[in-house]
Design a protein around this ligand. Structure first.
Ligand code: ADP
Ligand code: MG
Length: 673
């Protein structure tokens, strides 16, 4: 099984290189190189029964050998007339100079190809062919593999046959009781039928096994990682009354979901184990208030708390929000950023080290090397900062095994949450504070622009502010920056009396801050930006969100952006300018217009994701799967998760083969941060 494919019959040095490119080095790798589709070549049809548009196998005798016609310099047409008991048909090949001398009159062949009509007569176009007495590629269900240049289907198919022979009898490593409980096919049956199925039903049974297997191992690995994390002991917070003390100072009362989440946090921090919890809540659900309560709790128990934001803009915003929350509490909050002057930075670091600062806000750099805490007990981070076992170890090494709280505004459909967050405890804030007026959303084509901007003008005159967001795509970052810059100039000309601002990722920190501040203070009325404002920015007076090229964003991302408005009361509007008229784009925009529910939107996003899957997998950070489709194999996922829980309960170490496979994907760093 671990044999190098170079020594496999039909491979050799040169072809091995091509397989290496696909990550295939051993016979075992090759067996797990699954087909992307199959062609059913089992049904042999009579010529008379084959109808236009069908792809069929014909069992025929050659009537007259191949005749070549060159109609243009680069267009060769080869034709051959064949017959069976029911009639005759012409086989046609385009630009295939190899068929010419392959056939002899009266020989019998199997042809496999698509039937089309030309001048009222049936033809079989570019058929695959082989001698009727030695079929390897027809008469069965044939696998189609994802190819790289230099590899052909025929080649991979025959190498795969050799690999199956070479491997011989495979050892079953799924526990017998799991296989029988969940009706999972045995490995040898499954391996043969995933590649060369006897029937479509056998293929489904085989596929089910490998999907189950893949998801089971992923889930086991995640459980394993979670368990490893739990081994860390954590600081114990004794004084839990502090939570109440803090929430009493708030100008609002917490929603039930916020209260529930705080209770879960309290249970964690008194347990003696290190907390590793994710708070999942839609935009505006009040995660920051919960985080503030947790920080207050940590500080009142004699610990310091750190809060990490993905950008400096956000760090400044959090700083302001938290300073507000802690105004009359005697808690000192500091902001640490990369753009601070040396002296200021030194003083801030000193405050952190001496414990003079109870709360520190900053970017990721906050918990890295040179920042020393007196007694760090809690780290709050957004979703972008996931902590694996290793980082957790690093954090613990900072002294006090700080508890970790991660905040996420990307709602994940429940079936997937376990896969994505399998190593975290999850609290869900599934309730918005009362009195929110849902944002009204519209999707328009460019022809509506004049009217939309007239509306903006009127609204701004009435005292509100507007965001205009342009997408930023990595590979063409430069031109996209220009888009935002050009657009802001254009708008400034269109609205000479209003201040139009610009903020994008390439600006210097100072410029960004200045632009944001000017918007927050109400001086800038229209802010053009790339997606740097996406997460968490809070300017309650802004009630209009215009999104250019909305079709280029994921739905969850659009939902995030939309969450920037409607924070200050009053009716807010989100206007999506979408280009292209594909059904998917239409449906996606429709979803945005009809729903304000982040979970629903996220589910639709995954359903509607197009090929290439920019919007689905990447945005949700889901791991790459070999065969399972996380969106379509939901029922198998559920079973695999149940089985994983049972196996983990019984002790993974009792299943050495499974453990080996888990360790492998953990070592490969499951495609998750
Ligand atoms: P999130 O971070 O989840 O997007 P925020 O924490 O920024 O949401 O909260 C959005 C707004 O709602 C803030 O202005 C916050 O002060 C306010 N808020 C939070 N919780 C409540 C509540 N229970 N009742 C009323 N307003 C709340
Ligand atoms: Mg927030």
């Amino acid at each position: 099984m671990d044999k190098d494919i170079r020594y496999l019959k039909g491979v050799g040095e040169k072809r091995a290189e091509l397989f290496f490119k696909k990550g295939i080095r051993t016979v075992n790798d090759l067996l797990y190189f699954f087909p992307r589709a199959h062609e059913d070549r089992t049904q042999i049809k009579e010529i008379a029964d084959a109808s236009e548009g069908e792809t069929v196998c014909l069992s025929v005798t050659v009537f007259s050998p191949v005749h070549d016609t060159r109609i243009r310099r680069n267009m060769l047409i080869s034709t051959m007339v064949v017959f069976d008991d029911s009639g005759t048909i012409t086989a046609v090949w385009y630009n295939n100079k190899f068929v010419k001398d392959r056939f002899r009159t009266d020989d019998k062949y199997i042809l496999y190809g698509k039937i089309s009509l030309r001048r009222g007569k049936k033809e079989i176009v570019n058929p695959i062919f082989e001698k009727a007495d030695s079929t390897r590629f027809t008469g069965k269900i044939v696998p189609l593999y994802p190819l790289t240049e230099g590899l052909t289907q025929k080649l991979v198919q025959s190498v795969m046959e050799n690999a199956l022979k070479e491997a011989g009898t495979l050892k079953e490593y799924l526990p017998e009781q799991v296989r029988s409980k969940y009706s999972i096919a045995e490995i040898n049956f499954a391996m043969k039928n995933i590649h060369f199925p006897d029937s479509p039903e056998s293929y489904e049974i085989a596929r089910r096994r490998f999907v189950f297997e893949e998801l089971l191992i992923l889930q086991l690995a995640l459980f394993d990682r979670k368990r490893n994390g739990e081994q860390y002991s954590g600081a114990v917070f004794q004084n839990l009354k502090a939570v109440r003390e803090f929430t009493d100072t708030l100008p609002f009362s917490l929603t039930n979901a916020q209260k529930r989440t705080l209770n879960e946090i309290c249970a964690d921090v008194r347990s003696g184990k290190m907390m590793n919890r994710l708070i999942q809540g839609d935009v505006g659900s009040g995660k920051t208030a919960v985080a503030a309560a947790a920080i207050y709790l940590a500080v009142k128990n004699g610990f310091q708390a750190a809060m990490m934001a993905p950008t400096e803009i956000l760090a400044s915003q959090h700083f302001e929000t938290l300073t507000g929350f802690f105004k009359n509490t005697g808690i000192k909050t500091v902001l640490l950023t990369g753009s601070m002057k040396a002296k200021e930075r030194r003083e801030t670091l000193e405050l952190i080290k001496s414990g003079g600062a109870g709360v520190v806000i900053g970017t990721h750099a906050l918990i890295q090397s040179d920042v020393e805490f007196k007694k760090l007990g809690l780290v709050i981070a957004d979703e972008q900062h996931r902590f694996g076992v290793e980082q957790r170890a690093k954090l613990s090494a900072k002294g006090e095994n700080p508890h970790i709280l991660i905040m996420s505004a990307t709602p994940i459909p429940r079936t997937l949450a376990l896969i994505l967050y399998g190593d975290l405890e999850v609290s869900v804030i599934d309730e918005l504070p009362p009195g929110r007026v849902p944002v009204k959303t519209y999707a328009f084509g460019d022809s509506m622009k004049p009217r939309v901007y007239a509306f903006v003008e009127k609204s701004v005159a009435g005292g509100t502010q507007a965001y205009v967001v342009c997408p930023l795509v990595e590979e063409t970052e430069k031109s996209d920056l220009q888009n935002a810059a050009e657009l802001s100039e254009k708008l400034q000309k269109r609205f000479p009396k209003l201040k139009v601002g610009l903020v994008h990722g390439r600006m210097k920190q100072k410029e960004k801050d200045a632009a944001m501040e000017s918007f927050a203070s109400g001086e800038t009325k229209i802010l053009v930006s790339t997606t740097v404002i996406e997460v968490g920015v809070n300017v309650p007076n802004a009630n209009i969100m215009i999104i250019e090229n909305a079709e280029r964003f994921g739905l969850s991302q659009l939902h995030q952006l939309r969450g920037r408005v409607g924070r200050g009361g009053g009716q807010a509007y989100c206007i999506l300018f979408a280009h292209g008229s594909s059904d998917i784009t239409k449906k996606r925009m429709e979803t945005m217009c009809l729903s304000n529910d982040g979970f629903y939107i996220s589910e639709q996003d995954l359903k509607l994701r197009g090929p290439g899957d920019f919007f689905g997998t990447r945005q949700h950070g889901l791991p790459e799967m070999k065969i399972a489709n996380l969106f379509e194999d939901g029922d198998i996922l559920k079973q695999a998760q149940d089985a994983a829980a049972e196996i983990t309960g019984a002790g993974l170490e009792n299943y050495p083969e499974l453990k080996k496979r888990c360790d492998k994907i953990l070592n490969d760093g499951i495609a998750m941060n």
